[in-house]
Design a binder for this molecule. Sequence first.
Ligand code: SF4
Ligand code: SF4
Length: 299
Amino acid sequence: MDGIITSVQRMSVHDGPGIRSTIFMKGCNLRCRWCHNPETFSFAPELEWIKTKCIGCQACLEVCQTGALRLTNGNISFNKGECTACFDCIPECYPEALHKIGRRVTPESLFSEIEQDFPFFEESGGGITISGGEPMLQKLFVISILKLFRTGGIHTALDTNLSIPWKHYEQLLPYTSLIMADLKAMDNELHEKWTGGGNSTIIRNIRNLDESGIPYFIRTPVIPGFNDSEKEFRDIAGLLSTLRNMKQFDLLPYHPLGNWKYVNLGVKNLLEGVSSPTSIDLQRYASILEEYGINYQIN
Ligand code: SF4
Ligand code: SF4
């Protein structure tokens, strides 16, 4: 049993309680316009070209048969649409501007890789978080990881977009200590337009989660032009106010810090030029949540 991941981020303090090692799975069924991890969109390994490390030596041009790496107006450019992911260019690039994203791993190899972090987990009340991408698209692999770590006494969190039918989640709940899920918008049409998928399964699953008895957090990204209207916030707060067992609700203000990843991957960034919500905006959303009696934190 193996699966594909982009990376393991160690010492994370934003992916659940305590200090955590976060495993980022590759592949996602949604395409949220604000995603900070576009390298997880595709299941396939892909090439990353770090423009800021490229010294323009042109060594890669001699091996790239497709013209994906080429000279444009005297400068090197990367044209993702023409890249066949042969990765022949990587060894030619001594400044390490070219990288392969995506590696196949087994639950056991992940356990060995992360084992050195266990003392930090114990000290801080942390553990592992499986994120992505959408982990549920590699469900059997994810179940194996969760089982292995839980058997080893490690806290396990699953970060999911909650868009997969509930029966699949039921299979991994026994091995999951915490679920973290997004509630992005209540308006189905808006949700579909900005994420590539509707929200009816997500909303149904939030209710299932509430009845399941498993600890869970809900997070709402605050995205200018998407869900930052008073109506959306009232509708979100309305749903949250009916939940009985939610442990934590987080507002996650959009920030453009991950935009460089779109450049490196040659993926179009649909939110280019969009700024973070202001503190006045956030205060406005916070007041709506308070009106509905929702405890929140802004991360
Ligand atoms: S990985 Fe892409 S850019 Fe690199 S040599 Fe192969 S086709 Fe060209
Ligand atoms: S080999 Fe590396 S540094 Fe040289 S031009 Fe290609 S990407 Fe840039």
